[in-house]
Design a protein around this ligand. Structure first.
Ligand code: BGP
Length: 465
């Protein structure tokens, strides 16, 4: 085969990503316990788009064979799923649920049979309800329960699963649950938010520690972070400082401890200055330092554009990260008109160059990137979603990823968010992202045009312009 203009390595990971609560369904089946999403929907259904709750999903629990066959047919050599903590260990601690073990064994075996490598994530926003009731990540004991859960999963599935992730986007439950009121428990309190963020890193490091101790053959352990490059409005020092602080809060608060093994000193100084340092225990620094990751998943959707604060906050009001910056609506920025997020493909390259230069060029991959579209039915022609906009979106991001690889970045793969259209937290079915559309009544799957395109590029490991 002749070399193509955008040629990726032969062992590049092509695939897509999902999470348990968003695809499994069967919340009352197979002995699963409740998580915070089941509960929040019970008490406040009006907080969910069209009042649709998590039980209304694409039903992967019963249709995983069909879904895995589709992945195979449409060019996947890898696939990310998450384990539901409350399915594997109902209540979060104690007995392992054998029906869950059997379900995940079947899924993993089926993937391997189809030569699709399973990438398994342990926590995707889905705290078991019982553990939230004792404080969730605010309660340090929960980090030990999480370590035990992680150990259980490694022991059960580590003979076949070689790529593990401790958390997906750990900043999101902090922002949603403790700062901006879009996830349960809907608390708005920065001090508690920083404690939650800090305990998440402690839980992460404890899981990495137990993973390394178990010595899983050929196993890699990582974390998945939603990195939002933070671009200042101008070169003006006040704008640059605002962008730097946003970067500290939203990217580096997880990236630095997970990859480098320590927190940015600027962040610690800032929190100390405002009396918001979390409670830290004596051996924590060593725990974090000694348990850095092997592999980083990068979720990239859009950048963050930042300007200096125009009006200084009331120093007696509640402390918030956005005391230090304002979001900046840059004139002329291109938007995904179907979702309202900016499209800036070069961000993917800037992230990779940053990892190469400042994070010892750690092995990484794009673990989520994708284009959400409202009312995607309007693009159906002859029964198929004609998602040319998604093909363009993926292709333009891949071009910049290719450029990063050419410049020596260790980018190993690309996973689209998501495999089949799925339920997405408070947004429920508002935005569709999948390669496969799902008829929510019959659960029938139909490949979109992008699935055919992706099959071709993954088979040829690249494309021409
Ligand atoms: C990511 C999450 C996914 C998914 C996606 C789309 O941040 O990891 O779980 O929800 O965002 O989100 P939305 O449906 O709100 O556009």
């Amino acid at each position: 085969m002749t070399e193509q203009q955008y040629q990726f390595p032969k062992d590049f990971w092509w695939g897509s990503a999902t999470s348990a609560t968003q695809i499994e369904g069967a919340a009352d089946e197979g002995g699963r316990g409740k998580n915070i999403w089941d509960y929040w929907y019970e008490i406040e259904p009006e907080r969910f788009y069209n009042q649709v709750g998590p039980e209304y999903t694409s039903d992967f629990y019963h249709r995983y064979q069909e879904d895995i066959a589709l992945m195979k047919e449409y060019g996947h050599n890898s696939f990310r799923l998450s384990i539901s903590w409350s399915r594997l260990i109902p209540g979060g601690t104690g007995e392992v649920n054998q029906e869950a073990v059997s379900f995940y064994n079947h899924v993993i075996d089926e993937l391997i049979k189809q030569e699709i490598e399973p990438f398994v994530n342990l926590f995707h926003f889905d705290m078991p309800l019982e553990l939230q009731e004792i404080g969730g990540w605010e309660n340090r004991d929960v980090t030990d329960m999480y370590q035990q859960y992680a150990k259980t999963a490694f022991e059960l599935f580590g003979d076949r699963v070689k790529k593990w992730f401790t958390f997906n986007e750990p900043i999101v439950p902090v922002e949603g649950g403790y700062l901006y009121n879009f996830h349960y428990p809907n608390i708005v309190d920065a001090k508690r938010a920083f404690q939650v963020a800090y305990h998440t890193i402690i839980a992460h490091a404890k899981a990495v520690k137990v993973f390394k101790k178990l010595g899983i053959k050929d196993g890699k352990i990582g974390i998945i972070l939603n990195l939002t490059p933070s671009y200042p409005r101008s070169e003006n020092p006040a704008d640059k400082r605002a962008a730097h602080i946003a970067d500290l809060f939203f990217n580096r608060s997880f990236l630095d401890p997970a990859v480098l093994g320590y927190y940015p000193q600027d962040l610690l100084d800032l929190l100390a200055e405002y009396g918001h340092l979390p409670e830290i225990e004596g051996d924590d620094a060593a725990l974090i330092r000694e348990n850095t990751i092997d592999l980083l998943g990068v979720n990239y959707y859009q950048p963050r554009r930042v300007k200096a604060k125009e009006h200084l906050p009331n120093p007696h009001g509640p402390f918030m990260p956005d005391w230090f910056f304002d979001n900046y609506e840059m004139p002329g920025r291109r938007m995904n008109e179907y979702r309202g997020w900016e499209i800036y493909e070069k961000g993917i390259y800037d992230i990779m160059i940053n990892l190469r230069d400042n994070y010892h060029n750690i092995d990484s991959f794009i673990s989520e990137n994708g284009m959400g579209v409202q009312n995607e039915e309007r693009f159906i022609v002859d029964g198929q979603v004609q998602d040319d906009y998604r093909i363009t979106f993926i292709r333009d991001h891949l071009k910049w990823l290719h450029q990063a690889i050419e410049e020596g970045c260790h980018a190993k793969g690309y996973h689209l968010w998501t495999t089949m259209d799925n339920w997405s937290w408070a947004n429920a079915y508002k935005n569709r992202y999948g390669f496969f559309s799902v008829n929510l009544e019959t659960k029938e799957r139909t490949p979109k045009k992008s699935a055919y395109w992706f099959k071709r590029i993954s088979e040829r490991h690249g494309f021409d312009d």
